[in-house]
Write a protein of this length. Sequence first.
Length: 190
Amino acid sequence: MRAILGGTFDPPHIAHLAAGEAAYEQLGVDTVTFLPAGRPWQKADTGVSGARHRLRMTELAVDGVGHFTVDDREVSRDGWTYTIDTVNEIGERDIVLIVGADSARGLPTWHRAEELLDRVRIAVVPRPGVDRTDVESAFGSDVVWIDTPALDLSGTMLRRRIAEGRSIRFLVPEAVLEYIVEHDLYRNRP
């Protein structure tokens, strides 16, 4: 059985890794596949970093963890990327989709949401400021909650810190930090 942890990963940070590890331990899956979004339609107006940078940072973030893999299919696909298309392309029947509570709350607005919910089990990672009842009222209580520490991190916060000249050391894996510095990412954009 495979779990998919999708996201923009702009940049990938320790909360993503902690969620993946908790999912691996608690869900009985063989692997957790990190799936960077290619062109996420729900973030069309937010100035997402280039997909190749986000893919490479994700690869660096999970490097050395045997039960973590990275899938580049959305980065390689042209046009907007939709989770249901990716799940159908993977083709496996037993998939757990890991989503943060903030994303899960909006799941009914996702492209072909009903079809997606028929194809996957949903595992939700708690997020600070998002109440469980908000998530469950969005699409029902048929979700698995992953027990993991609530790490109040977001790509937006990390990009802002970099733009302000502040450190993100220990908030992202060292290899990701080195990549950000080497490619001068985020200094001019929160």
